[in-house]
Design a protein around this ligand. Structure first.
Ligand SMILES: [Zn+2]
Length: 449
């Protein structure tokens, strides 16, 4: 039986993944807060956990339950609605639609369940009441706070004690709190802010609580893998653990905590607050979803990934030449050649393997060709919808076949005229566009680099 090793943020070690139940693998990844167009930083989390989902399927079959939520109630959404003077439902619907379109462009599989926060308010009120009854939370003027000092493992995931955490983060100051680090579970809604009736008056749930409730509902009190971006470790995931473990009397919420690194631009984290974002839709429009996907997988998920035209153009060349060889043929079992993926989802290692298969396939090795096709599909390349396939065709013909043939003929003429300088110039020009030409007895063949 093949097994995967994963770097667990909780233990800070690479560990052999041992599922609670091999017949029902459970994974939760924090999904988007639908207030604005998702950007490439968000796309990385999507593509990383989609790839992990695919690799788990390869190992365990279809027994994987993958839950990715949609946060459709949050202060950021309320602020955006005020700013744009639009109803909240209009914003959340529009952004959710864009998000789904982006997922499709990036060829992400649908998660098993995609719960929305606003459909789980009843359960959120129940968990909040339960935490108050068990003395882990307290109410003050319509606000309900979680008391961090009631949970002895608080800070375990971030590997920091309360004082260290306090100094490293902006804490919301409020005289309603007993301890400045306490965080809010439920808050009152004023005026026409969206709100639901609760034992503490009209109000709304807070982000951390939403994920605790939805993960328990669909995956149980304890599950296998919990994922998200690196910036979610604190406070979001720390708070999820505190709420869920205190409420369920469990020692942990998930056994393996996996976090992907940031996408940067000029070495600065891509984020809405810094204003240095590229939306997924814009990146897909410029490069196609497949190029964006391959770029996101070109660095190990735990490392930072710098977003620039150089890396995108290089991945575009790779997609061009692979697309040229790819065929939708029967599935090969890839476990024997997936050692890199089984070693903490080392996608750059696996991409190097695909390059190797590509070269062997080009040299006529049929088995390599068949493995190449399956390997591309495994990481979500080429088995795409019609629109994306048409987009791929377009990037391929950035350099049209007519252009290549015209250049080959010009070079032939130059050689006949003994103008070897011009002939060499043409060869180099084609090479700079990723085209290799090979002279044979009576003709010249071309292929992608
Ligand atoms: Zn979450």
């Amino acid at each position: 039986m093949y097994k995967i090793k994963l770097n667990n943020s909780l233990t800070r070690k690479k560990e052999l993944f041992k599922p609670i139940n091999t017949k029902n693998i459970t994974m939760y990844a924090c999904g988007p807060t639908v207030y604005d167009n998702p950007h490439v930083g968000n796309a990385r989390t999507l593509v990383v956990f989609d790839t992990l989902f695919r690799v788990l399927k390869m190992i365990y079959g279809d027994n994987i339950k993958y839950v990715r939520n949609i946060t459709d109630i949050d202060d950021k959404i309320i602020e955006m609605a005020k700013k744009k003077n639009l109803p909240i439902e209009k914003i959340t619907k529009e952004v959710t639609d864009i998000f789904h379109k982006d997922c499709k462009s990036l060829n992400c599989l649908k998660p098993t369940v995609e719960p929305r926060a606003t459909k789980h308010i009843k359960e959120m009120i129940e968990m909040t009441s339960s935490l108050i009854n068990k003395n882990f939370a307290y109410e003050n003027k319509g606000h309900v706070y979680f008391s961090v000092s009631s949970f002895k493992n608080y800070g375990k995931l971030s590997n920091k004690n309360l004082d260290e955490l306090k100094s490293g983060v902006r804490v919301e100051i409020s005289e309603l709190k007993k301890n400045p680090m306490d965080f809010v579970l439920w808050k009152p809604s004023e005026g026409n802010e969206p709100g639901w009736d609760s034992p503490w008056g009209k109000g709304r749930p807070c982000w951390h609580l939403e994920c605790s409730v939805m993960s328990e509902k669909y995956l149980g009190k304890k599950f296998d893998i919990h994922g998200g971006g690196l910036d979610l470790i604190f406070p979001h995931h720390e708070n999820e653990i505190a709420q869920s473990c205190c409420n369920s009397s469990t020692d942990n919420l998930a056994n393996y905590w996996i976090h992907n690194g940031f996408v940067t631009m000029n070495k600065e984290k891509m984020s809405k607050s810094l204003g240095n974002i590229v939306t997924i839709s814009d990146a897909v429009k410029k490069y196609t979803g497949q190029v964006v996907r391959l770029t996101l997988l070109s660095a190990h998920y735990s490392q930072p990934l710098d977003w620039n035209d150089e890396i995108l153009n290089s991945q575009k060349n790779t997609i061009n030449k692979w697309y040229n060889l790819y065929e939708d043929t029967s599935e090969e079992n890839l476990l024997d050649i997936s050692d890199s993926l089984l070693d903490d989802l080392n996608t750059p290692g696996f991409i190097a393997k695909i390059h190797e298969l590509y070269s062997n396939a080009q040299n006529g090795n049929k088995k390599s060709k068949s493995l190449f096709n399956s390997a591309c599909r495994l990481i979500g390349l080429f088995n795409v919808n019609k629109i994306e396939w048409e987009n791929l065709k377009k990037i391929k013909f950035d350099i049209s076949e007519d252009f290549i043939i015209k250049k080959i003929n010009e070079r032939k003429e130059a050689k006949e005229n003994r103008d070897y300088v011009l002939a060499d110039k043409i060869r180099k020009e084609l090479l700079s566009k990723g085209i290799i030409i090979e002279d044979q007895k009576n003709k010249t063949n071309w292929k992608f680099k």
